[in-house]
Design a protein around this ligand. Structure first.
Ligand SMILES: NC(=O)c1ccc[n+]([C@@H]2O[C@H](COP(=O)([O-])OP(=O)(O)OC[C@H]3O[C@@H](n4cnc5c(N)ncnc54)[C@H](O)[C@@H]3O)[C@@H](O)[C@H]2O)c1
Length: 350
């Protein structure tokens, strides 16, 4: 008797780092960032539909390892991600990640993918989506403080979606700024390396803070933030890890992803529990006005939420369909008779 053919559900499409890189170049990075911005925005519009929970974090002295699950009722996703600012000194990255999509109906996975690159892309696309609603109209210049792994992605997303033309860069390590300038030299952005954070913010309408330090740092102090600015604060995303002086928070309008998570992890962990915030999804779906006028100071207190990873995963699933940018991996055991898992084990006996 011949064994039944393996179920097609046994083989899960796997997108390796190599294939993710090929996919991004095949589509074009600015197009990926623009499309991802729209996919994330679509999912923010249907926000109430999703399961939502603050991410499950395992903290250590060195860093954090987090699991980020969500579901829209049809598809389930999770991301594994770490944050270890000390890694860089050993030649390792601060943030690495991988993730999975599964169908809710059977619980079977439908995509497994690298997410270190994808996290940088989705974080940048989320910044662009927020800035589209919050940045002053006609913004031309962004200050980029912290020129590490995320920096180029943030710059290109804001360029692709908002059309900025000038980038002013600062990092405490000048070699990080040199690296970012080298990587963005063909981007069409006018690039200026600055000696201090204070000089980087001069003339900028958007300030992105994207530093990594496991402490309450003061990357921006109150005197550095004038009227009409949008602050895109990426790096404060863990308990005890913030970038803005609390005086800034007292005079800005703050927009967040999921308040129960942001109050633990974001800049607003420095503020009382009743500090007023607006949920970004309500701005996206038109319930609440984002920017009221050109003088308002807005803050996107970004920490990264599971729904953004869900959007990124479903985008990749769509984009690799019918291409060579994935490999089928036999991730799921597939006994001929579903109750005969032990019998299946015997297939591999010598
Ligand atoms: N909000 C989100 O969704 C999200 C997603 C991914 C990463 N992050 C966070 O973004 C931050 C940046 O991530 P990364 O992968 O680019 O890290 P990275 O370690 O590659 O780069 C961080 C850079 O910040 C610089 N820096 C540190 N302190 C500074 C200071 N006081 N002033 C100026 N520059 C300073 C470092 O020299 C380094 O070049 C991290 O804190 C990370 O946890 C947030």
């Amino acid at each position: 008797m011949t064994a039944p053919a393996p179920s097609d559900k046994a083989f899960v499409p796997f997108v390796s780092v190599q294939n993710m890189m090929r996919l991004v170049h095949h589509i074009g990075i600015e197009r990926v960032l623009t499309e991802l911005t729209d996919v994330i925005e679509d999912d923010f519009r249907r926000w109430p539909l999703f399961d939502k929970t603050p991410r499950v974090a395992s903290h250590s002295r060195e860093g954090v390892i987090e699991l980020m699950p969500t579901s829209d009722g049809e598809i389930y996703s999770f991301k594994y991600v770490n944050g270890h600012p000390k890694n860089m000194a050993q030649g390792l990255q601060t943030v690495t990640a991988f993730g999975l999509l599964a169908e809710v109906e059977t619980g079977y996975p439908v995509l497994l993918t690298e997410m270190t690159l994808l996290t940088a892309l989705r974080t940048a696309a989320t910044s662009a989506m927020a800035a589209r609603h919050l940045a002053p109209k006609g913004a031309t210049t962004m200050a980029m403080i912290g020129n590490g792994a995320q920096a180029e992605f943030q710059a290109l997303a804001i360029k692709a979606v908002l059309g900025i033309t000038h980038l002013r860069l600062f990092d405490i390590d000048p070699t990080a700024t040199e690296k970012t300038i080298r990587n963005l030299s063909a981007s069409g952005l006018h690039l200026t390396a600055c000696e201090t954070a204070q000089s980087a913010v001069e003339g900028a309408q958007i300030i992105t803070t994207c530093t990594a330090d496991k402490q309450n740092a003061t990357i921006l102090s109150d005197n550095m933030v004038g009227a009409g600015i949008h602050i895109n604060a990426i790096g404060g995303d863990c308990p005890g890890k913030t970038e803005l002086h609390s005086d800034i928070l007292s005079r800005v309008d703050t927009f967040v992803e999921f308040p129960p998570q942001t109050r633990i992890e974001g800049e607003i962990q420095q503020m009382p529990a009743d500090y007023p915030v607006t949920e970004l999804w309500q701005v996206v779906n038109g319930d609440i006005l984002g920017r009221r006028d050109q003088r308002q100071i807005t803050l996107f207190d970004s920490v990264g939420f599971a729904i953004e990873d869900f959007s990124a995963l479903r985008y990749v699933r769509e984009r690799v369909r019918g291409t060579t940018f994935y490999q089928p991996v036999d991730l799921i055991a597939d006994p001929d008779d579903p109750r005969d898992l032990f019998g299946m084990l015997q297939r591999a006996r010598d």
